[in-house]
Write a protein that binds this ligand. Structure first.
Ligand code: URA
Length: 200
């Protein structure tokens, strides 16, 4: 994890960070995954979304949120006028865990410096954590996602504070459609935040 931290801290651009990850040998998930899933969308977008880890389709295509969850995510974002050119999308862990299991705390810890650097370099105006594991890792929530969702929090990059919100993961909404009403409320809050000018 120390090695990762030092490597990530030295990446001056997102492209450099991606290349560092391509060469990084410190995470065991890399050896079972097909490829690195770094990001999709527009790194200049004001909105950044961070999920948990790639699934099977993502591992094949090398892009986050292209499977069933991704299709739902696209529809959720379209409802507030956002497409992949107006969002930047990544995951806490950039390699698929075997069988889509949740990444272990150790795997997450190894990957954390990279996603933190990725957020810092993308420098969005609004950060959205999709699902409990992402919100625990990046926002330090301790309660469940049902309690933590929908609340504005602050994400500290180390150099700047970014307004952040946790909401349900689209995979959860596919299993639990009753959560959609709450997710919709979160989307409206995100939309309204994005229409406000940001003080820098
Ligand atoms: N679930 C995630 O958290 N990320 C993906 O990229 C796909 C599914």
């Amino acid at each position: 994890a120390l090695e990762a931290r030092e490597a990530a801290a030295h990446a001056p651009t997102l492209e450099a960070l991606r290349h560092l990850l391509e060469r990084f040998e410190g995470c065991p998930l890399k050896h079972t995954a097909t490829r690195l899933v770094f990001a999709d969308g527009n790194p200049k977008a004001r909105l950044m979304l961070v999920g948990e880890a790639p699934g099977r389709e993502e591992d094949i295509e090398g892009k986050p949120f292209v499977g069933r969850s991704g299709k739902l995510l696209d529809r959720m974002l379209a409802a507030i006028g956002i497409d992949r050119e107006s969002a930047y999308i990544a995951n806490v862990v950039p390699w698929r865990p075997p069988g889509n299991r949740t990444p272990t705390p150790q795997e997450t810890a190894i990957c954390l410096p990279f996603i933190r650097r990725q957020i810092e370099l993308a420098d969005p105006d609004v950060l959205v954590c999709l699902g409990g594991p992402s919100a625990q890792t990046l926002l330090g929530i301790r309660e469940g996602i049902t309690k933590a969702r929908g609340r504005w929090m602050e994400y500290d990059t180390g150099t700047r504070t970014i307004p952040a919100m946790a909401t349900f993961h689209p995979a959860y909404l596919l299993r639990t459609p009753l959560g959609k009403r709450m997710a919709w409320r979160d989307l409206l809050a995100i939309e309204s935040r994005l229409t406000q000018p940001t003080a820098r």
